[in-house]
Design a protein around this ligand. Sequence first.
Ligand code: FES
Length: 337
Amino acid sequence: MTVTIGERRVEAAAGQTVLEALLRAGVWMPNSCNQGTCGTCKLQVVAGAVDHGDSPLDTLTPDERAAGLALACQARPCGDTEVALRGDVAGRTTHPLRDLVATVVAVEDVARDTRRILLGLDEPLAFSAGQYVELVVPGSGARRAYSLANTADEDKVLELHVRRVPGGVASDRWLFGSVAVGERVRATGPLGDFHVPATEEDDGEPMVLIGGGTGLAPLVGIVRTALERHPGREVLLFHGVRGRADLYDVGRLEELAGAHRGFRFVPVLSEEQGTPHRTGFPTDAFLDDVPSARGWSGWLCGPPPMVEAGVRAFKRRRMAPRLIHREKFTPADDQES
Ligand code: FES
């Protein structure tokens, strides 16, 4: 069966979602959580029909279903189907979604309950800095999303920052438990729209990035890419954590700041006083440091309350909404499966 969007028609294998069929064919679709929770991939079914699968009612209401809307990441075509997006965005190309096989090459404890895991890929992966992959958890078949911390030219390695979630089937039992160097890992990627713009769309505007905990991961890849393109660019990166024990990659980022006069890295501790670091919340540190963010782009990755506070802070400093990019951590790893 086929899925048509604008001028593009792609084959959909049995069981594939509309999103998966399009991304695997290299056709861009807005997407973020791939779990039916964010609504980013909502589209209009123009012809044919889809099975809405597990689409949650609070993301896709009964009225929306009746009006022919669907969540591309949950809906499976029931035959030849035509879909459309709102806005003039259909048909752009993207890095094709692929099944990946990799080998664990390094497991490093970098901070309290935080690990860096490096996976060596059998085949290079085309992606944009800031995107994520889904790992298949051995023995359970569950999938968990992890942002990539590397840049697109490091295409034979996946750098993941993992926070332990007590009881989590992926982080606690596997990536903080049984995982071993040499283990073979299955994954799918790249996914997500939280990424640095294409080179030709990047005009070198000033950037501010705020990450909470391992929300730092995609920001590292984005910052390094942005500075490689425009070495003198003004870039401000805030990393919010609870205490010093949660900080990581400080030396790496300070080294980057030493090589780029326009780049500043600011760790911010929310639950610790009497340290040389800033204290409080990273969004407040941004408000203190930046009187106007007009013309800047903003990047937020972390727990939903931090991301929402960041959006409010960016708007208070007059950042254009279209230049605000956000990635909320989803609570999938809290689930048992
Ligand atoms: Fe489909 Fe989030 S609801 S990507």
